[in-house]
Design a protein around this ligand. Sequence first.
Ligand code: PLP
Length: 440
Amino acid sequence: GRGGPGAPGEALRLDRAHVFHSWSAQGALRPLTFAGGSGSVVWDDEGRRYLDFSSQLVNMNIGHCHPRVVAAIQEQAARLPMVAPPHAELSRGRAAEAILRHAPEGMSKVFFTNGGADANENAIRMARLHTGRDKVISTYRSYHGNTGAAVVATGDWRRIPNEYATGHVHVFGPYLYRTEFWATTPEEEAARALHHLQRVIEAEGPGSVAAILLETVPGTAGVLVPPPGYLAGVRALADRFGIMLILDEVMAGFGRTGAWFARDHWSVRPDLITFAKGVNSGYVPVGGVIISDEIAAAFDDRVFPGGLTYSGHALAAASIVASVEAMEDEGVVEHAARIGADVLGPGLHALAERHPSVGEARGLGVFWALELVADRTTREPFSAAVMGTVKAELVARGVLPFLADNRIHVVPPCVVTPAEVEQALAAYDEVLGLVDDAVR
Ligand code: PLP
């Protein structure tokens, strides 16, 4: 019948019949089904429970079905679910204010979008209009979203079949474990990556570069925590050449790294910050751009040529207010920092010691990656076939993992408990034991 809870298997049957999936050849897909959740746990339509160590797409920072966020959405829906962007509406203003409580000094405006990609799209547009320049420098190891400029700013393979936007230049960022710069220390890696960036700016012509767009901590590319000095060095180069610095905090923001914004760890001051995901844990799709006062002022007299029907959508705004306030009142960000420092980080480093299949464990807060290698000397990545085994064995042990290339991204909700972390660590431990034999 229509509506209701549905019979077991109905969700999967309808999905396979009618739902066209992202980034996939459609034929052989066999998705897991999810029907409910609470905190760090999700369950399927037959009652099988999983620890959600993916946070879905690394967005479920406050956990599934937080009562305060659910209630705020319900209350707003009953009162006024949508107000067009030209009008003022209380939840929208409060959402901007809540976000700005945690932003750096000198940023007092927010432009709301539908998600992360269009946040980057609009940040790039602002930087171009403000500087009168065209080029955007970003890194090969990055993901910035799936729209026109955002997907071409993306460095990974998804850029290549989509390269229609112009004005995008890529550089290598720091990644000591697979250094492009023959570096042996974090200091060398930072200095040489900065030299490379400077040379690319000079060779492209500094007067043509509008923006440097970086994930503060590149996420999808492998949780690449930048070495000391790198972000400060990028800021200095941007200042020297009159380039806007855009920090993409879509994945890293709102508690993921154990800070409100990842930039807080290095005190770097960007001109624009893009956000989405953790701002409301994706209960309603939303993203946005936090704008420096200087760039915002440039549009006091000049028209900003951009907008979206759902910019500052009331349900999204209400969910942001509730989510940020709940994180503040419950100390969720501090909890994520402590979990990372006391339980998750030490546990993952211990796995790396114990298992030859783990080449490196790295991260901070609830944002970690285990890099799995077939050879610890050459650091050859594990094959897709071995990674398929890793995934299936984790799922069989009730852990919903996030896998990318040869890595397990360990990215639970910020509210994950120490006991849940121990349970997931035990599953990783067992599964790594199964694949250690494949290491040379
Ligand atoms: N930027 C980063 C760093 C991301 O991780 C993502 C999504 O994973 C995006 C942008 C794109 O966000 P959305 O999928 O909401 O458009």
